[in-house]
Design a protein around this ligand. Structure first.
Ligand code: PLP
Length: 391
């Protein structure tokens, strides 16, 4: 972590864990191609299979059902290609929740007019009552609902969604990119068919991820065709070093999760208390999804008079990295589709700032963020545009 900086944007990406760095450093010296049968090749394959087994065990899946990809985005795209449960037809329609990541909202290989949107409640949790009629008496669907939202941290009722989807003969894909490493879950207990994860959200390298399948799922159809790597489901020589780093990050994340997250949740709650104490005269501040189960590391906070981009720049000048809503799209500032889907108006939507914590976050980081907010909030919460413009 950079000296004198406080990094509170862990949902965007995390620092590389020491264990991941060590595993990658060692892997660079392994010359073999994992598809080669000689000793060098077998060594490279060994590193990869080790990582695959670690990842599979972390979510309760079988190693052979782990497909390594270039990240969460590709895992989501692959999930939405064409998969089916044994003895069933592949669904030819897709239902995605309104709060999914852009890579799911893009709809994969589905025809745009075969894609329906599932609404969420104001709490940021998907509306199961809306889902029932979208499934009952209709042809089977592939449904995609994330396990935890990247902006609010709201945890979705995935096991209940799975029951409804399976009763109607469909398949469930779950984007677990944000939940993985932060909360404990199991692919079997959740009854999920396809699960996406990404290395860089848990201390692994950027540009690596995986799609994990349940036992009875066949497919998906490869998006990248060529050699028979990844059991024909994703062609191309695998990124062995990154995969080795991913495996090491998974092991470290799982080992430290319970104690890290208990500590992080206390810090997050203290940060929220700090916001509440200093939110200007309006007292209209909102901590989004506060009243539902959330990731322990995330808080998304807004006050109508605040302009999130201005706040992010001011925090940055104070040495603190935070984000305005989601940070994914190439410097583009777009109003949060998640908060819009939750029914919030433009004032609150443009005011939302996200603080996300991680295993290296300290008490001092939280003190610094609260102090900065105290210092900045007076000016940031003034609606006088001339004051805001000078930032
Ligand atoms: N899904 C969610 C919920 C995310 O938050 C992200 C990244 O921010 C992704 C998918 C994409 O993952 P990746 O950056 O590995 O492509």
């Amino acid at each position: 972590m950079m000296q004198n900086r406080t990094y509170l944007d862990w949902n965007a990406t995390t620092p590389l864990r020491r264990e991941a760095r060590d595993a990658m450093t060692a892997a660079w010296d392994v010359v073999g191609n994992p598809s080669s049968i000689h000793g060098e090749g077998r060594r490279a394959r060994g590193l990869m299979e080790n990582a695959r087994a670690t990842l599979a065990a972390a979510v309760g899946a079988q190693s052979r059902n782990v497909i390594f990809t270039s990240g969460g985005t590709e895992a989501n795209a692959l999930a939405l290609s064409n998969s089916l449960q044994r003895d069933k037809q592949a669904p030819d329609r897709l239902i995605v929740s309104d709060i999914e990541h852009a890579s799911v909202l893009a709809g994969g290989q589905f025809d745009p007019d075969r894609i329906a949107r599932l609404r969420v409640q104001r709490s940021g949790v998907v509306d199961l009552d809306a889902l029932r009629p979208m499934l009952a008496g209709r042809p089977p669907a592939l449904v995609s609902v994330m396990l935890a939202n990247n902006e609010t941290g709201a945890i979705q009722p995935v096991a209940e969604v799975a029951d409804l989807v399976h009763e109607a003969g469909g398949l469930l894909h779950v984007d677990a990119v944000q939940a993985f490493g932060k909360i404990d879950f199991n692919i079997k207990a959740l009854n999920v068919d396809l699960l996406s994860v990404s290395a860089h959200k848990i201390g692994g390298p950027k540009g690596t991820g995986a799609l994990i399948l349940a036992e009875n799922v066949i497919g998906p159809r490869a998006l990248i065709q060529g050699g028979g790597q990844e059991r024909g489901r994703r062609a191309g020589t695998e990124n062995v070093a990154a995969i080795a780093g991913f495996g090491a990050a998974v092991a470290a994340a799982v080992a430290g999760r319970a104690s890290d997250m208990a500590r992080i949740e206390i810090l997050r709650d203290r940060l929220e208390q700090g916001f509440r104490q200093t939110q200007g005269k309006s007292q209209a501040g909102v901590i989004f999804s506060h009243d539902v189960a959330r990731l322990p590391n995330t808080t998304l906070f807004g006050v109508p008079a605040l302009k999130a981009e201005t706040a992010v720049v001011r925090f940055d000048l104070e040495g603190i990295a935070v984000s305005s809503g989601s940070a994914c799209s190439s410097g583009k500032v777009q109003p949060s589709h998640v908060l819009q889907a939750m029914g919030y108006g433009p004032e609150l939507v443009r005011s939302a700032i996200r603080f996300s914590l991680g295993w290296e976050t300290t008490d001092a980081d939280i003190d610094r963020a609260i102090k900065a907010w105290r210092k900045l909030s007076g000016a940031l919460l003034r609606t006088d545009e001339t004051v805001l413009e000078q930032f």
